[in-house]
Design a protein around this ligand. Structure first.
Ligand code: GDP
Length: 313
């Protein structure tokens, strides 16, 4: 995975040095931990996360499970794998939470450009592919063209879009000219649920507005949408390439809307995607999906153990 190639190379170097040692001394272990720390920090994993990760590895690596292992170096690698899985999973590996009584409501939140609209299409496509009947909802009325953009995405994914615009399936009374961003996103979101119930859509995916920075007014709007539709999932979408800002942004959205899960986007991007790896650990919320490109199929269900193994491959 492009976002982690450099991290993977560096960790594999560290383990290669360790494997050349045979029986491990405390200083061998400390040397390896130093290499791991540097690799993680250079990949933009946050300092707090790296510190506690390194201290857990050190404690376990100096303990009996390594000193008594037939292959101590391999045992250290297993420990790193287990601890990385914990970081990535916040102790949780769970599927999407579907409502007992449809429709399931999924709300997307995140900064502008994080990949929410793209994700709406991917999620819709994936749900349709797995036998669901999704509906996309354009509740980003802040940005000109956001509605049109979702409609394009919906068309590509062959998933209908509910939007406050003429000429679409919506029977909303809010009408805006194409390209104009007006209307009440809370009403659109609320009406879309009744529409889905009526037309038997089983999953509603609500795209919401995002700003370039965290914005209290938009956070309030997101809360109002949340409170109006009571989502089964609030997915926080984070661009893996935003670097160290990822942690602050995630915390702000966690406080702002109390999201239920994380989606890492743009993991196909640059080689410093480590900041995104801190998000689950910092917020205690699970990562549910990973987005790995602009295409509809560049998307996968996230499993912390599999991702850890890929990073350590
Ligand atoms: P939004 O403002 O949060 O709705 O973000 P968009 O969905 O409009 O995405 C912003 C830009 O990122 C668009 O150009 C997308 O094509 C691109 N994008 C979204 N997800 C991915 C991804 O996983 N990988 C890559 N490479 N680009 C992505």
């Amino acid at each position: 995975m492009a976002a982690f190639t450099s991290l993977t190379d560096r960790l594999s170097q560290a383990f290669k040095h360790l494997r050349s040692k045979g029986k491990l001394s405390e200083s061998d272990i400390d040397g390896t931990i130093r290499e791991i720390r540097r690799a993680l920090l250079d990949a933009d994993v946050s300092l707090d996360v790296v510190r506690s990760f390194a201290s857990r590895i050190r404690e376990r690596a100096l303990g009996e499970e390594v000193s008594q292992a037939l292959n101590p170096a391999q045992q250290v690698v297993s420990i790193v794998n287990e601890e990385l899985t914990k970081i990535l999973g916040a102790g949780v590996d769970r599927p999407l939470n579907f409502a007992k009584k449809p429709p399931t409501v999924i709300m997307l939140a995140g900064l502008q450009g994080a990949g929410k609209t793209t994700l709406a299409g991917k999620l819709g496509y994936w749900l349709r592919d797995t036998g669901h009947t999704p509906l996309l909802v354009a509740a980003d009325l802040q940005r000109p063209n956001a509605v049109t953009q979702l409609q394009v995405v919906g068309e590509r994914a062959e998933v209908p879009v509910y939007a406050p615009e003429p000429g679409v399936q919506a029977d909303s009374s809010d009408v805006v000219e194409p390209g104009q961003a007006t209307g009440d996103p809370v009403k659109v979101a609320k009406d879309s649920i009744a529409f889905a119930q009526d037309k038997l859509y089983d999953t509603v995916i609500i795209d919401t507005a995002g700003r370039l920075g965290v914005d209290e007014q938009l956070m309030q709007q997101a809360r109002n949408i949340r409170d109006a539709v009571n989502p089964n999932e609030i997915l926080f979408v984070i661009d893996a390439m935003i670097g160290q800002d990822a942690v602050q942004t995630a915390k702000a959205f966690d406080e702002g809307v109390d999201f239920t899960g994380v989606v890492l986007s743009k993991l196909d991007g640059d080689a410093r995607g480590g900041a995104a790896l801190s998000v689950a650990s910092v917020t205690g919320k699970p990562i549910l999906f990973a987005s790995t490109g602009e295409g509809l199929k560049d998307f996968e269900v996230f499993h912390p153990d599999r991702m850890a193994s890929r990073i350590l491959d």
